[in-house]
Design a protein around this ligand. Structure first.
Ligand SMILES: [Zn+2]
Length: 222
């Protein structure tokens, strides 16, 4: 089995785990390199009062990354819920830098039509940075779903790619537990219980006990 290098590009700390935490753990288990890039701060405002919360969120991201065994985690500082005010080129550049550094074959990112504007902008930055020029390393781009943004958008997320995360669900739950401050009580979809229900449903849709679902944006074969 050939080892792969994968890159996960998320807008906010916690999106990466909600969207593809089990898949990241599955990659790690098969010996793949998993690099994570998070673009925005994760807090809507940032003054002296929020500094402690900001540092706690970054610590949670590192703890979640350790729980999943990721190879590297890069936390950037773009403004939360205002990525649409950032020049797209600036976001494209940071994604391109990560792609050039790690040479991933697979990239995971947000769904193009999420409710959250930062998610949509992140998707645009990724597919721009990974446009299929000759010799480009990225063969596969997969879009994940983030509870309370993808299903609330009014746009259909028609999953056509499923990753069996049954053996890795506990790691995903541990990574979500690191983000306890970002989770909400069930029945909010952004809850550990909600994430488990989604994993069970996506699993049932694919004939396994637990799965993460994706929309394939593009795949180049051979
Ligand atoms: Zn988000």
């Amino acid at each position: 089995m050939t080892r792969q290098t994968v890159l996960v590009v998320a807008a906010h700390p916690d999106d990466e785990v909600l969207g593809c935490g089990g898949t990241m753990a599955a990659h790690v288990a098969r010996g793949d390199e998993v690099h994570v890039l998070i673009l925005a701060q994760g807090l809507a405002s940032r003054g002296p009062a929020e500094e402690a919360a900001f540092q706690a969120l970054r610590a949670a991201a590192r703890e979640a990354g350790e729980a999943l065994g990721v190879t590297s985690l890069t936390l950037l500082d773009f403004p939360d819920n205002r990525l649409d005010g950032v020049e797209l080129l600036d976001l494209v550049k940071v994604v391109e830098e990560q792609v050039a550094r790690h040479r991933p074959e697979v990239v995971y990112t947000h769904f193009a039509q999420d409710l959250n504007v930062d998610h949509r902008v992140t998707h645009n930055a990724v597919v721009t940075a990974c446009r299929p020029q000759p010799e480009h390393c990225v063969r596969t781009i997969l879009c994940f779903e983030v509870p309370s943004s993808t299903e609330w958008s009014g746009h259909a997320f028609v999953a056509n790619w499923f990753v069996d995360i049954g053996p890795h669900l506990e790691k995903k739950k541990a990574a979500l537990a690191a983000y306890a401050g970002e989770m909400r009580p069930f029945p909010h979809p952004r809850s550990i219980e909600g994430a488990c229900h989604l994993a069970a449903w996506r699993g049932a849709s694919a004939g396994v006990a637990a799965a993460e679902a994706f929309v394939l944006f593009r795949q180049r074969v051979i």
